[in-house]
Design a protein around this ligand. Sequence first.
Ligand SMILES: Nc1ncnc2c1ncn2[C@@H]1O[C@H](COP(=O)(O)OP(=O)(O)O)[C@@H](O)[C@H]1O
Ligand SMILES: [Mg+2]
Length: 498
Amino acid sequence: MSHLSLSGITKSFGGVHALRGVEFQLSERGSVHGLIGANGSGKSTLLGVLSGQLSPDAGTITLHGERVEFRDPAHALSHGIAMVSQESALAPHLSVAENILLGRRLSRSWWGIDWTSTHRRATEVLARLDLDLDPAIAVSRLRPDQRQMVEIARALSIETSVLILDEPTSSLSDDQVRSLFAAVRLLKGQGVSTVFVSHRLPELFELSDEITVLRDGLTVATGPTGAFDQTTLVDAMVGQAATRRRSGPPGRRGPTPGAAPLIEVQKASSDRAFTDVSLTVQAGEIVGLAGLTGAGRGELLESLFGARPFTGQVSLNGTSVTRARPEEAIAAGAAYLPPDRKTDGVVLQRSIVDNLLMVSTRDRRRLGAPRTADTALAATLAKRMSIKAPDLRSPVGSLSGGNQQKVAIGKWLGAGKTVLLLDEPTRGVDIAAKQEIHALLRDAAAQGTALLVSSSETDELLELCDRILVMHAGVIVADVAAAEATEPSITRLAGGHL
Ligand SMILES: Nc1ncnc2c1ncn2[C@@H]1O[C@H](COP(=O)(O)OP(=O)(O)O)[C@@H](O)[C@H]1O
Ligand SMILES: [Mg+2]
């Protein structure tokens, strides 16, 4: 008998049917269950129902053979079901120990706190996760991945039997994902089940015992992980039509023969971020930047775009850019996609048309292009990028993550830039949208654009790039052909083991 099962769950928000009769089961204690589906398929809503944040319109939840109805998250918690949310719910100025015990301490009076036992208890929970964190340190001083661990520790301090993680790895680098997975395995050994959402297939296969696939608010596949492979999963997720579209013409590989280098960097350094970096990227070439968090990948891209001071020589499209000014880089034909599209990549409140034309209209206005031509250009771009939106005048904020990202990339492609500097181009994006973004980038390369792409997902770099530069502690330590590299070999190099 399964120890937790949800059956016939439906949930609507106004006219949106987020869940339309979902079936979901955890087969036994300590099982790790991967939940997968395109952006908007209903994963977070399902987890909201499971954790008591949302009450379903219909359907039943059965726990250990008994029907339960969760009034609120605290009620679900009292049944051992805890959710670690995407948005951090920690109190930054309190210590790790205080945050961990916050949940249980709230039910006690503030003046009655026994600090010695608070710290002892926090240390015990941290040990269960094999975490080496000082319980006395303030949470504000931790990295995002460490904060997530503290949230998990907090969930465990309340005798959790089911831990829910909604996209826990979307902003973690490969090494941070390792330690999170190690913690999930430790908990599994202690009888704690984990339900997690991920868009990364390799980690889903690696970590989960069972998988459930949602599409348009319905369970379209569920079963032991061994019953799936990459193709059956993606087919279930996106449906047949999309799969056929995906297997279109194969992407081109490699730089255009005899092409000039469009990105040339000689001995570039920037304050503690990176040192003595030299590289070239040719027209038609896609070069990846691999490395752990803090290796200097992001800072290097910022410098090439003129958004961070550096010393050394940088030339884009044959134009030397010397000072740190984005205007110079843009004038030289460069575009930059920041890692966090919500704060820098798009203007969420503005329309899709406005966002797509943001960079190109200034030039076009100067050339006297009429407004109708602008709208036509936006429509062409949206079509080329298969941006799925009912109306191009709706705000970008109303789109799914994958489609927002396409707008963020599309605005540069429309402006005819020939040097693309991309930081985490598919972070938090579902697999179908990711494949579309990859196809677009290959397309841009085939038309003679030079691309430098930083990603914390090694498998993404292996799939997308011609060449991979591996950074470690601010230095490029290897330059390998993607065809000859493997995930373990890149991981080893990124860790500084040559
Ligand atoms: N609070 C809400 N109000 C209105 N619509 C919502 C709300 N939460 C989710 N939705 C809609 O429900 C659908 C499923 O969303 P969600 O569960 O967040 O999907 P996923 O997590 O798989 O990306 C989407 O169409 C989304 O726009
Ligand atoms: Mg979600």
